[in-house]
Write a protein that binds this ligand. Sequence first.
Ligand code: 1GP
Length: 250
Amino acid sequence: MNNLYSYIISKKAEGLKQLAVLIDPDKINHRLIELAEKNGVDHILIGGSIITENNLTTCIQEIKKRCSIPVTIFPGSYLQLSNEADALLLLSLISGRNPELLIGNHVMAAQSLRKSNVEIIPTGYILIDGGESTAVQYMSNTMPIPANKPEIAVATAIAGELLGLKLIYLEAGSGALQPVNERIIKSVRNAIDLPLIVGGGINNSAKVKTALSAGADMIVIGNALEQNENDIIEFAEIVRKMNQQQHIEK
Ligand code: 1GP
């Protein structure tokens, strides 16, 4: 089964951008889910560095009652698994040197993942300094790549591609002061063929446009929509317009 990955690849092949909304299962917002559906959001990601309630399955069921958008687990740890999800990003934190997040958690989760019917998408997860320490840096006990060192981000992404990972996710951290900058996104985009996801600190239209124009195939937005779910209308409109433009140019 690789329905979701095929979708990601086929949109990328057509030069079309994708929008993902990240939902923290502790802060589920029904109106946001309904707005996401209405405005053509491609993916719902669910997960977080820390989840206080053990309610992942219930949350996914709640989301699925309200929309038909595929739900992908974006796990903060190997404990975040549910058969209700459509897919799971099997994150390997390749910018870090913490063996638990490179392979340890994966070994712990392997048997459950194999038995589940959830589509598993191996993802190279790359932390980029977003201007202040974020939950993901603290929880992962790893250093992010400095924001002014695109060459390190590029080499890391190439290594991920060579290792056979299927997606590269450039992450500034949830609520980052500065999202991943244009220079890093462009450099990584030019260096790899894999679909490129960018997230962390994208909280206004200008940042949405910058990340997509620089070469992100998919952007992930969490915090900004937790604060104001109506922003999804404007963000989705930007993606729609860029995709329409792409159709015209073809
Ligand atoms: C975090 O990339 C995601 O893992 C989204 O970040 O919450 O800052 O949008 P924000």
